[in-house]
Ligand binder design. Structure first.
Ligand SMILES: Cc1cc2nc3c(=O)[nH]c(=O)nc-3n(C[C@H](O)[C@H](O)[C@H](O)COP(=O)(O)O)c2cc1C
Ligand code: SF4
Length: 464
């Protein structure tokens, strides 16, 4: 049953878990979070990662990072995380999620170079460590809005999603389109490596194009049908980016292990169980089978990925699965379950992935709902081997120096924690403002939220 966060102490959290027959590990040894971690040839200074968080604040004409983008990255890097995982950058003009999603090209490359320098200098000056940076590349697929106009591009027909999103007539991309798109991914990867990012992430989560291909059983041709075909785009892209990148750079992925459309359309779902639920019904109804996702992640490691970041679910329909929250978006239902259950589900899935891939660090997420009780859970997750790196998404917006507080003072300040109010996601969905924390950074972002409120409810499709 849905229940807002009302926990004060770790004992309260332990009681809440035991009342619901749930389990999370705990440890008071926060020192383990300060331990260095090897990823490939590099060593991270600690176990914290800023998760990719779209700020929707790119220059709408050039697609370059703006002043607000730079401000975010300076705050992230100064906040103490050893790994800064930069947000989704669209690799093609028709695959952008909106006017203010980042895009990269030769003409705006210098701005990216300055952002990388800022990340490095802020981490060095404020934290005294060398930071590692990864940047995410994406195609928005069904959620594409080139020039701010809705123009979905699908991997396949999916009756459930098509109906829910009004996309029955939307275009399904051709194999030729996908081959050209691979070139776009490689080109963008090379530019961003030249800008100084250490790692390139091929985004394959949250219902976007590369993730949708993974479940494209009903698609004909090279990129649909069998497991080999459905994963071909992703694998070939990883291989091509890896071969193209200069020495010293690496390729990784934020890869989905669950796209919860009922078989035969989803990914990470039990095959041959056809389910007639609607997509916004509780996803607990979709029987999960991680065999294919785990196989793909093993292949990723064999392809040389030095770390793996995962996520689950369609934020559009089951936001509670990947960002457990207390308040839903306007006109969206409250989570169908206790957010604590969602936190535990995510950690259990990460545990399964880390157990399967003991040789590479796996990054977890979805911990913001725990507020100030997160550090002892994070330390428990690390000590018991559920994951290697602790990713923070919404707290990167709300409380960017939380890592320094955890590592230097041994605690998070309750007054600075993310409240999981979903207003940063609301700004994204409204499609007119730049996003950040409306609650903890309100001098900037309260006005951005108002822009959307004034415009009224967004009818256009958005992944959020
Ligand atoms: C406003 C917003 C923007 C996001 N942008 C991205 C993104 O660009 N790429 C991505 O992989 N995940 C994105 N996410 C998901 C987060 O990285 C993270 O997985 C999620 O917020 C749960 O982690 P948390 O509990 O630490 O917030 C976004 C989430 C929010 C709320
Ligand atoms: S607006 Fe701030 S407090 Fe609300 S969910 Fe986003 S980061 Fe958290």
């Amino acid at each position: 049953m849905f229940k807002r966060f009302d926990l004060k102490t770790l004992d309260d959290l332990k009681c809440a878990l035991s009342r619901s027959a749930l389990h999370l590990p705990f440890s008071d040894n926060l020192g383990c979070l300060a331990e260095p971690v090897k990823i490939g040839e590099r060593t991270l200074a600690n176990r914290f990662t800023v998760q990719p968080m779209e700020g929707v604040d790119a220059d709408p004409v050039s697609g370059a990072p703006s002043e607000l983008t730079s401000r975010r990255y300076r705050r992230y890097a100064a906040g103490g995380s050893a790994l800064i995982w930069a947000e989704a950058v669209a690799v093609s003009d028709d695959g952008v999620s909106g006017l203010r999603q980042l895009r990269v090209n030769r003409s705006n490359l210098d701005v990216y170079k300055r952002v990388v320098e800022l990340i490095r200098s802020s981490a060095a000056e404020e934290c005294g460590h060398e930071v590692t940076s990864v940047i995410q590349l994406t195609h928005s697929g069904r959620y594409s809005r080139p020039g701010g106009v809705v123009k979905p591009l699908k991997a396949q027909h999916n009756p459930e999603l098509d109906l829910a999103l009004g996309m029955q007539d939307a275009e399904t991309v051709s194999d030729d389109y996908l081959l050209r798109l691979q070139d776009n991914f490689v080109e963008a990867a090379l530019l961003l490596a030249e800008a100084g990012f250490d790692g390139i992430d091929l985004k394959a989560v949250h219902g976007y194009l590369v993730a949708e291909l993974l479940g494209a059983r009903r698609r004909a041709g090279r990129f649909g049908g069998s497991y080999e075909n459905r994963t071909r785009f992703f694998r070939e892209c990883v291989q091509r980016i890896k071969e193209a990148l200069p020495q010293g750079h690496f390729v990784t992925a934020r890869c989905t292990v669950l796209e919860p459309s009922a078989y035969p359309y989803g990914w990470g779902v039990v095959e041959n169980v056809v389910n007639d639920r609607s997509p916004d019904e509780n996803v607990n109804e979709v029987p999960i089978d991680l065999a294919e996702p785990l196989r793909l992640l093993q292949e990723c490691v064999a392809l040389g990925m030095p770390l793996i970041n995962i996520s689950i679910g369609y934020p559009r329909f089951q936001a509670y699965m990947n960002r457990p929250h207390d308040n839903a978006l306007r006109e969206m239902p409250l989570p169908p379950e206790d957010p604590l259950r969602s936190v535990v589900r995510f950690q259990n899935i990460v545990r399964e992935v880390q157990k399967t891939l003991p040789e590479v660090p796996v990054v977890t997420a979805a911990l913001a709902w725990l507020r100030h009780l997160m550090p002892q859970v994070a330390a428990g997750l690390v000590e018991e081997g559920w994951c290697t790196l602790i990713g923070q998404g919404r707290n990167a917006f709300a409380y960017p120096d939380s890592v320094r507080d955890i590592l230097e003072k041994g605690a998070m300040d309750t007054r600075k924690c993310c409240t999981t109010c979903s207003l940063c996601s609301q700004i994204m969905k409204d499609g007119v403002g730049c996003t950040g924390c409306v609650v903890r950074d309100k001098d900037i972002y309260a006005a951005e939220l108002l822009k959307g409120l004034k415009r009224g409810s967004q009818k256009e499709n958005c992944a959020f």
